[in-house]
Design a binder for this molecule. Structure first.
Ligand code: AMP
Length: 122
């Protein structure tokens, strides 16, 4: 899938729109979700132009991938949920309701109110 360089996270990475940054390394950026669904709701994105996980794995170097996962773990720590626990979700494609076409990981936590898994809506 072609990468849309005008998607909201691409614009955010270029500094065209602000974000509430939690953590950054050479290859990843973490910031608070603008519409939090949990007391802690932070997004981690690679700095490279990847639409989804498949494109990230196909196009990113081992260094980028490692830096991304390191950013996820470090962000959870900085957000204060390392010990209390957190859930990681990466929505990929339509069935998962991916809205922003730039690969990202959600970190959810901060309160023990999440169900065990996924709530069905059928
Ligand atoms: P997804 O459905 O996985 O693509 O989720 C995209 C997420 O990006 C949603 O939770 C939005 O609230 C969040 N979001 C959209 N625009 C911004 C923004 N400018 N800053 C922070 N989070 C955003």
């Amino acid at each position: 899938m072609a990468y849309d360089s005008n998607n909201i996270f691409a614009r955010l990475l270029r500094g065209e729109i602000p974000c509430n940054k939690v953590y950054e390394n050479d290859h990843a950026l973490a910031f608070h979700d603008i519409n939090p669904q949990m007391p802690v709701h932070v997004l981690v994105i690679p700095k490279g132009p990847y639409v989804n996980l498949a494109e990230f794995i196909a196009g990113a170097s081992m260094e980028e991938m490692g830096a991304f996962m390191q950013a996820v773990a470090e962000t959870a720590k900085l957000a204060g949920v390392e010990d209390s626990g957190y859930r990681l979700i990466a929505n990929n494609g339509e069935d998962a309701h991916q809205e922003v076409p730039h690969f990202h990981m959600h970190i959810f936590g901060g309160r023990r109110i999440m169900g065990r898994m996924i709530k069905r809506q059928d």
